[in-house]
Design a protein around this ligand. Structure first.
Ligand code: TXA
Ligand code: MG
Length: 321
């Protein structure tokens, strides 16, 4: 079993020497490796059982390190970085040669961000190398928002787990590509798209193409089934009264104010007053609890479609099956 640590110095040393280190960010826990070391990066794919067509996000400690990873940093990127970094926004920009193709799945652009969690920042600073890190869960599963979640999914496959407590945002970063003429939103996430548009104007939203297979989607985070519990999940509109399905053990995932009737085996309320930030922070942990509650089905209410509600609804849609 992998042990937890709060010793950032030794975790940084492990990263520098090609090992896998799970660490907290403000969004979710990441499974990190030196982004310039292809063998270390390959171990990420192996540990997660992740297909190699799914590129990894590179994390750096400060803006001076960005230059070592990307070839160009246009004015739009500068504006966004000034306002949203450190924070839950990943920008896709032309990569330098020191970033192996495995990191970007052969694409010319690399996803990069400066996370906001103090432990992540210190770890990246001491390690001194850019760190490639997907969410620290087995591929396709529920993202981890505590060190224990990481151990539950990947224990034994990582060299160390840095425990930094529960993640503040609770949803993965928003991914925005600046490789195209118009900024292209590849994944909704912790940085609401309304805030981005307010700063830089029009943003195109990539839509997944159901007629294409997963490897051909514009961004692999757009896989139709992702972030998914093992239990069947059904999504219902925000204002619909939730009712259990006769003869089945049903769980309910709700933002707070939702209406329901009948008896549910378990109800998880994300926030009493429907604050979307609190909903996001509690979302993945609630999904895990429901998933391990021996239910036949989870019924989930959609969130109001603004702010973080957009990213939450995106995760619900991909978790539904
Ligand atoms: O908040 C986060 O983004 C977390 C923390 C650890 O930083 N990381 C994370 O990584 O969610 P991951 O691997 O679970 O999701 C990364 C997604 C990919 O599936 C893909 O959709 C997009 O980000 N992505 C990464 N690099 C890309 C690239 N070069 N081009 C296009 N999309 C990219
Ligand atoms: Mg992930």
């Amino acid at each position: 079993m992998t042990s937890f640590t709060t010793n950032i110095q030794s975790a940084a040393e492990l990263l520098r020497t090609g090992h896998l280190v799970a660490f907290p960010t403000e969004t979710v826990y990441g499974l990190g490796a030196d982004a310039t070391n292809p063998i270390a990066v390959a171990r990420i794919f192996e540990a997660k059982q992740r297909p190699t067509f799914d590129p990894l996000i590179v994390h750096v400690a400060d803006i001076s390190q960005v230059d070592r990873v990307v070839r160009e940093f246009p004015e739009t990127a500068r504006l966004l970085a000034e306002v949203f970094w450190p924070g839950p926004l990943t920008l896709v920009l032309p990569k330098r040669d020191c970033i192996p193709d495995l990191v970007t799945a052969g694409l010319p652009g690399v996803g990069i961000r400066i996370p906001r969690h103090p432990v992540a920042l210190e770890l990246l600073k001491i390690a001194g190398c850019p760190v490639a890190a997907p969410s620290a869960n087995p591929f396709g599963g529920i993202s981890p928002t505590t060190a224990q979640h990481v151990a539950d999914g990947l224990g034994g496959k990582v060299d160390c787990i840095v425990d930094g407590g529960p993640c503040e945002v609770g949803l993965e970063s928003t991914v925005l590509s600046l490789m195209t003429e118009r900024p292209l939103l590849l994944r909704h996430g912790g940085c609401p798209v309304e805030d981005i548009k307010r700063l830089i104007g029009a943003v195109e939203i990539a839509t997944s193409d159901a007629t294409q297979d997963d490897a051909a989607q514009p961004a692999p985070g757009m896989l139709s089934r992702h972030y998914a519990p093992g239990t069947r999940l059904i999504v219902i509109p925000h204002n619909q009264t939730a009712e259990p399905i006769a003869g089945l053990r049903c769980g309910l995932l709700t933002a707070g104010k939702c209406r329901f009737s009948g008896r549910f085996a378990r109800i998880d309320t994300l926030c009493d007053d429907e604050n979307l930030q609190t909903c996001a922070a509690n979302f993945f942990a609630a999904m895990r609890t429901l998933d391990s509650s021996d239910l036949d089905v989870i019924i989930a209410h959609e969130f109001p479609a603004h702010g973080l509600g957009v990213a939450l609804n995106d995760r619900l849609r991909r978790a539904a099956h």
